[in-house]
Ligand binder design. Structure first.
Ligand code: VAH
Length: 319
């Protein structure tokens, strides 16, 4: 029986991952949350929930002991643009929080998944088909915490034998939980605006390519990597994974196939544009495919069809 703690269970990934884990496993799948971000609806009704502040090591340890947790999904983080506005808090949550999780995992023999990101790469990283093993030299606090998180997670595996694994998520697109201030989140907002108003004011310039992925594939990756045969893993923290790469013009044209009158205009946000330009245009995810059979299902057209139909079913969406 698998007992899993999801720290940050009410965030963009956590709110869907917790439900998916509860469908797959029959153990305790505990929704960790902080005051002010309480679980609601299905997330609250389908399993246990506990207050878990990642900056409080004893609180993490108490929940791990109470439910005999064997796996921790550490999803607590500030996303890139928010982290630039609050770099000290981003470090506190991203790094002091991760250290607490890894120490509890060391003491109580838990496996740990902490998502990394394409944000680990910077301007001097090869931009096209970015290799698995290459320069990680970001100029954002978000990227710094993700590189340091990869290094610390690998250290805890090598030094203490903690089973740490991770993926470098591209931009994630979902119709469930609204995004929280990421650079790639224009690719979420564009769908909401397409349904709500038929017009989108884009903060990222045309021609700016970034890797993206539909949330169902991201959830599958987060679960599949933790179920992988450890003897097959050459890498651990963290694997490049991707599903597609596009710029605003490409996603807008795809939406226009289903909403013919959809229009886009550009009001570039200098901060998010600078971050986006420092990230890869496309990743090479061969290692993930070879070491744990990673393979996405959704391409851009499949994602657009599903996003628009789900958002239209949800009615006029207030964001
Ligand atoms: C962000 N959506 O934009 C997140 C993600 C790769 C991007 O890390 O900050």
């Amino acid at each position: 029986m698998k007992n899993v703690l999801i720290i940050g269970s009410t965030g963009q990934i956590g709110s869907e991952l917790t439900i998916e884990l509860r469908k797959r496993y029959n153990g305790h799948i505990v929704a960790g949350y902080i005051t002010g971000a309480e679980p609601k609806g299905e997330l609250l009704e389908t399993g246990p929930a506990e207050i878990v502040d990642i900056t409080d090591k004893e609180q993490i340890a108490g929940v791990v002991s109470k439910y005999r947790i064997d796996t921790i999904y550490n999803l607590a983080a500030l996303l890139s643009a928010v982290a630039e506005a609050k770099p000290q808090l981003a470090w506190k949550i991203g790094m002091e929080g991760l250290f607490n999780v890894l120490e509890v995992a060391r003491e109580k023999n838990c496996a740990v998944f902490t998502p990394s990101s394409i944000g680990v790469f910077g301007n001097n990283t090869p931009k096209d088909k970015t290799p698995q093993d290459t320069i990680r030299n970001p100029r954002t606090m978000y990227g710094v915490t993700k590189v340091a998180g990869e290094l610390l997670s690998d250290y805890y595996h090598i030094r203490f034998g903690v089973d740490t694994r991770s993926v470098r998520f591209p931009g994630l697109i979902s119709y469930v939980a609204p995004p929280g201030g990421g650079t790639t989140d224009y690719a979420v907002d564009i769908y909401y605006e397409a349904v709500k108003s038929g017009h989108f004011i884009c903060p990222i310039a045309a021609g700016t390519f970034m890797d993206m992925m539909y949330m169902p594939d991201a959830l599958h990756a987060a679960i599949q990597i933790m179920e992988a045969d450890p003897s097959q893993l050459v890498h651990r923290n963290a694997f490049n994974i991707t599903a597609m790469s596009f710029d605003p013009e490409i996603i807008a044209a795809n939406i226009r196939k289903y909403i013919p009158g959809f229009t886009i205009e550009y009001r570039v946000d200098p901060l998010r544009q600078a971050i986006a330009e420092s990230w890869p245009n496309s990743l090479d995810d061969t290692c993930a495919r070879n070491e744990w059979d990673w393979k996405p299902v959704y391409d851009l057209d499949m994602m657009t069809k599903d996003m628009l139909s789900k958002l239209q079913k949800q009615g006029a969406v207030n964001r």
